[in-house]
Design a protein around this ligand. Sequence first.
Ligand code: ASP
Length: 308
Amino acid sequence: MAKGLSTRHLIGIKNITEDDIRLIFETADNFKEVINRPIKKVPSLRDITVANLFFESSTRTRVSFELAERRLSADIVNFTASSSSVSKGETLLDTVNNILSMKVDMVVMRHPAPGACVYLSSRIPANIINAGDGTHEHPTQALLDAFSIREKLGDVTGKKIAIIGDILHSRVALSNVFCLLKLGAKVRVCGPPTLIPKHYAELGVEISHDVQETLRWCDVANVLRIQLERQDIKYFPSLREYHQYFGINRQMLESLDREIVIMHPGPINRGVEITSDVADSPHSIILQQVENGVAIRMAVLYLLAAQY
Ligand code: ASP
């Protein structure tokens, strides 16, 4: 096993290796133990300043990163677009350079533009972690998803994972595909034809439009939200019709001859892509995903800081 990561930044899963992913998991195993102790804090990032730059709304990811940074004893500056000078016309690079003049070592950034993190990583000296760039990648979400599958099923290699829902607008889907394929899983995406981009066929995943058959095939179903805020045109007639054809309900799970694991990156739209009785059922590991998010983000921050 490699001693350190092969990269200074976490821009996307596409750019990291299987060894990087396995090293992040092993480090997260240790941090998961730490955050379940009565004293949850370690001094690993003392003297490191992390800027959390959120140019797009986020609850779970922002809180999870902030908690991970605090557990590692980092100093933190928070910056959200609504309260920033971006709305006054400042460029992304100027905003970030101003923050870096304050001697920031690492930047966690969410931005609506795909590629925003790559752009920054070649222009500023800090380590960059992508916390979601538009419809492109959301690497820490994919890492925590795969980590949660490994925890639940023992391994990811050889497992059949279905990603069901709005694939077209989902950065979670793309990062998950890269991560799961690197770890040797079999991956299928499922949803209406209008919500599955054609290029997915070239990524090495199966494509299906039949949810019931996909549930019979898979060990794990990762259910995604319809990202209405990113949809400029109508991709299906109505949310009611989407639910009727692609929503996951309890009867569908009961008709299977074995149990499957249900995942969701959140936020859940109950009654659209998933019913409450499925989201809250023992099949669901949705809250374990959230817990694992903190351990995974601690691992990423810690390993990238070591590259400094
Ligand atoms: N929380 C995830 C993301 O930021 C998924 C979602 O928003 O539906 O991409």
